[in-house]
Ligand binder design. Structure first.
Ligand code: ASP
Length: 347
């Protein structure tokens, strides 16, 4: 059987750094990947590298998401899988955005990065990269094991739009508290097939592939508003009256609770009446929103705030921007937000 072919798309971040002769951290030359990591030759995989202008991921904007998705699309027929090397700081945002942009994705798109630069002896980048390639190339009966956008970091593969970066220090920086890992990596890679998105009849070859579609166009007239005890009317009013505002991800307490003071609820109601879509997600790293549980959540529901269920903030804000960018009518934005598009909420 033909060796799987993988395209590595390099966008920047810590994983791409190595020390030059003066000890300064400079971008690594991924074109010489096989020379730097002879181990990849043993993977029995054909590898090509597509280098984008390397950036620190704090500078990522939807422009990069579009460029990335288009790069996958234009190379989709040529490669069996894709590995995206990305800075860890905003990797969950980019990976979530891509999970919503692709329709009919039937090949793996595996994001990874590292906490320690590639050029430092103790780097976690080498293992992350090699395993990500292995996962992107993995097949059963000739069909990809993980035909979805996912994120591999420190021995665990996650559904991308369920992840958040939870540690600036630990090597297992990412987690997915509301959805089990898609694979656990030890001596062997154990795929948790029941949790991976497969079309019916996938491994039996009974599935007819529709062409890949890329949904594009993000409306950035949104805000993430994290509430806190003591939040003032002036602050809330100022944020919600930003000119052109179309969407709000409201980070609330616990199961989706917020103050019940009249001024708070009235401001939300007036904002929704103006046509702004407000989605409620929890500030907690695990669990989700159930607005019917407490009076403090019910008031939000009555005001017209939508439940974000157990979505991460990263998933909620990227999905909202894409919905707003593609739906001029508020009803279709609302419908889209209430539907799990790429397994971003629910079980
Ligand atoms: N600041 C870096 C970035 O996100 C951090 C990293 O890659 O770990 O680009």
């Amino acid at each position: 059987m033909k060796r799987p072919s993988i395209l590595i798309i390099y966008t920047g971040g810590t994983i791409g750094m190595q020390r030059d002769e003066n000890g300064t951290l400079v971008p690594f030359d991924f074109n010489s990947i096989e020379k730097e990591f002879p181990a990849v030759r043993h993977l029995n995989v054909d590898i090509d590298v597509h280098k984008m202008q390397p950036i620190d991921s704090s500078n990522v904007t939807p422009r990069l998401w579009t460029e990335l998705a288009r790069t996958v699309q234009s190379n989709y027929e040529k490669y069996d899988g894709f590995v995206v090397l990305h800075g860890t700081d905003t990797m969950s945002y980019t990976a979530s955005a891509l999970s919503f942009m692709f329709e009919n994705l039937q090949k793996p798109v595996v994001f990874t990065g590292s906490q320690i630069p590639m050029g430092i002896m103790r780097t976690d980048g080498r293992e992350n990269l090699i395993t990500a390639i292995e996962i992107a190339a993995a097949r059963k009966n000739g069909y990809p094991m993980v035909p979805e956008v996912c994120l591999y970091f420190q021995n665990r593969l996650f559904r991308a739009n369920r992840t958040s970066k939870l540690s600036a220090e630990a090597l297992n920086a990412f987690d997915s508290r509301n959805y089990p890992p898609l694979a656990d990596v030890g001596v062997n890679i154990t795929y948790n097939t029941a949790f991976i998105h497969h079309e019916k009849g996938w491994f039996e070859g009974e599935f007819t592939a529709e062409p890949l579609r890329v949904l594009d166009g993000f409306d950035t007239n949104v805000v993430i508003l994290k509430i806190f005890p003591g939040i003032s009317e002036t602050t809330l009013k100022a944020v919600l009256s930003v000119e052109g505002l179309r969407g709000v991800v409201l980070e609330t307490f616990g199961t989706g609770n917020a103050p019940t003071a009249d001024w708070f609820i009235n401001l939300l109601e007036q904002t929704i009446a103006r046509g702004v879509t407000i989605v409620n997600v929890t500030q907690c790293v695990g669990g989700g929103v159930a607005m019917e549980l407490y009076e403090t959540g019910k008031r939000l529901q009555q005001a017209g705030v939508l439940s974000g269920h157990d979505m991460t903030t990263e998933a909620a804000v990227t999905k909202l921007m894409l919905q707003l960018g593609n739906c001029p009518q508020k009803e279709s934005v609302v419908r889209g937000m209430l539907e799990s598009k790429s397994g971003e909420f629910g079980s």
